[in-house]
Design a protein around this ligand. Structure first.
Ligand SMILES: Cc1cc2nc3c(=O)[nH]c(=O)nc-3n(C[C@H](O)[C@H](O)[C@H](O)COP(=O)(O)OP(=O)(O)OC[C@H]3O[C@@H](n4cnc5c(N)ncnc54)[C@H](O)[C@@H]3O)c2cc1C
Length: 468
């Protein structure tokens, strides 16, 4: 067993582990050991399907120190008019370069890829008998809390007979041309990306069947853009959401109001969505999805053979033998019993969302707080975990959590100045560009100030009315 030492032992070199260390490199003089079973930094982005892109602009994803993407507005495609969305390979390359050009040359990071962490400061190589024990000067940092899974890694929950082809979307570009019909399984963003990819590549919408167990409310990407030019869409969109929260009579009414304000979208206005996973779409992508008419709703597949799909309730749906099934049923985030825990505990930091769903911004804030504040009590007061929502009902609690943390940060001079500069803060670019002074901007800020307290009170009332 090799004995090694560092101030912080960081488990996971996914986006959140990388962002934590990146901020700590600037804000402290600590050193780090980083362990991951993957061969490269970037976590699940290394396993992603080839046509994956960020939901949100690259402008405020990644780590705090280093720009991601080209920071320009797309001129073509379904994201036309909005800031660029990094692809999976771009994101993996970004994290790999960051490790090679910033972390390792700092002399303060030791990196152990292809190693499994087993607890209590111990890890071992996956390729040899080498075992390590870490003498941890300060803390262990758990960067694995979200337990992100993607289709290529997950265990299917339905059976498929031999002779029927069911693939993760990773294999779609290679196999699609050999099939006439496509059945996309799953209601989340991966399924939507798969359908948009098929249609962008000229598949016939009538050749696509979508098994969509739950419809989803979707965030309109126009309301999550950086910079002063988008102030009216983004901060104005937030003002509209605050007013919807203030006036809503029910959760359904709340989301319908946000839809009318243009901040939320759904595939079919006749269907009341029951899912909310922060999936973010442009209106161009929505128009593509709406071309698919054969949607099997509120059902999950339990078995597929060459003539039919059998659903979990026993219903049978006839199927064509010449169909390619694309399994998009992995849940990106595992919803656990213990949905949050304190971020700071003696000897342990558990990286979680403190501004949902922006997990890298959250990791950067946690690192800043770790570097600059003294007690766990003080640190936990600034980093109250925000549970990632699964449903429209849970969106309310998660939004209140964001508002609470945002307010606490704004009351703390140094932290407020730092968050205003942090490139991962979606509003930082607008602040840097001096937005907020024009009369129309001041009117929007005034609406937020006026609406916030009644909005918080009304949403608390709506939450209290939910069946337990
Ligand atoms: C398709 C997709 C698109 C997304 N788009 C966005 C977006 O636009 N914006 C956004 O904010 N979020 C987005 N997300 C959310 C996403 O989860 C985060 O952005 C982020 O990449 C998650 O990073 P992570 O570090 O928490 O997890 P991971 O990427 O899963 O990293 C955790 C790492 O820990 C390692 N690990 C775990 N256990 C051990 C162990 N015992 N020993 C060694 N290593 C271990 C794993 O190998 C992994 O590399 C998206 C998610 C998906 C799936």
């Amino acid at each position: 067993m090799k004995q090694i030492e560092a101030d912080y032992l960081v488990i996971g070199t996914g986006a959140v582990g990388m962002t934590f260390v990146d901020t700590m490199l600037d804000e402290s003089d600590a050193n780090f050991i980083m362990v991951d079973r993957h061969h490269m930094p970037g976590g699940h982005w290394n396993d992603a399907y080839p046509f994956v892109r960020l939901h949100q602009p690259s402008a405020f994803y990644g780590v705090g120190s280093t720009e991601l993407g080209s920071n320009r507005i797309d001129e073509t495609g379904s994201n036309k008019g909005y800031y660029d969305l990094a692809s999976g390979p771009e994101i993996s390359a970004y994290f790999e370069k960051l490790m090679r050009e910033r972390f390792l040359p700092s002399g303060r990071v030791q990196y152990f890829p292809m190693c499994e962490y087993t607890g209590d400061g111990h890890f071992h190589s996956l390729l040899s008998d080498e075992r390590y024990s870490v003498d941890i000067g300060k803390k262990t940092v758990d960067g694995t809390f979200f337990n992100t899974t993607v289709p290529s890694m997950h265990q299917r929950k339905f059976s498929v007979v031999d002779g029927v082809t069911c693939i993760p979307p990773n294999d779609l570009p290679r196999l699609a041309a050999s099939y006439k019909r496509f059945t996309v399984l799953g209601g989340g963003k991966t399924a939507m990306d798969t359908i948009v990819w098929l249609l962008d590549n000229q598949a016939d919408p009538d050749a696509i069947c979508w098994v969509c167990p739950r419809d989803s409310w979707l965030i309109n990407r126009s309301s999550v853009q950086p910079g002063a030019d988008f102030f009216e869409k983004t901060v104005g969109g937030f003002a509209a959401n605050v007013e919807a929260m203030r006036d809503a009579k029910s959760v359904e009414d709340l989301f319908t109001r946000m839809e009318s304000a243009g901040t939320m979208l759904r595939v079919d206005k006749q269907v009341q969505p029951t899912m909310f996973h922060y999936a973010t779409l442009s209106e161009g992508e929505l128009v593509q999805l709406q071309r698919v008419k054969n949607i099997i709703r509120q059902q999950r597949v339990s078995a597929i053979d060459d003539r039919k799909m059998t659903m979990t309730d026993g219903a049978e749906v006839p199927a064509d033998g010449d169909t390619l099934y694309i399994d998009c049923t992995a849940r990106a985030v595992e919803f656990k019993e213990e949905s949050t825990k304190p971020v700071f505990e003696p000897g342990l930091i558990t990286l979680q969302a403190v501004f949902a769903p922006l997990v890298t911004y959250s990791a950067a804030v946690i690192a800043y707080v770790e570097a600059h504040y003294e007690t766990d009590k003080e640190k936990n007061g600034l980093c109250i975990p925000v549970e990632l929502a699964d449903t429209p009902e849970e969106w309310m609690a998660s939004t209140l959590g964001n508002m609470m943390n945002g307010y606490n940060w704004s009351q703390n001079k140094e932290l407020n100045e730092w968050t205003n500069r942090c490139r991962l803060n979606p509003n930082a670019a607008a602040i840097r560009e001096g937005a907020g002074r024009e009369p129309s901007h001041r009117e929007i800020i005034g609406r937020i100030k006026q609406g916030t307290l009644p909005a918080v009170m009304n949403v608390q009332k709506l939450i209290a009315q939910l069946p337990s």
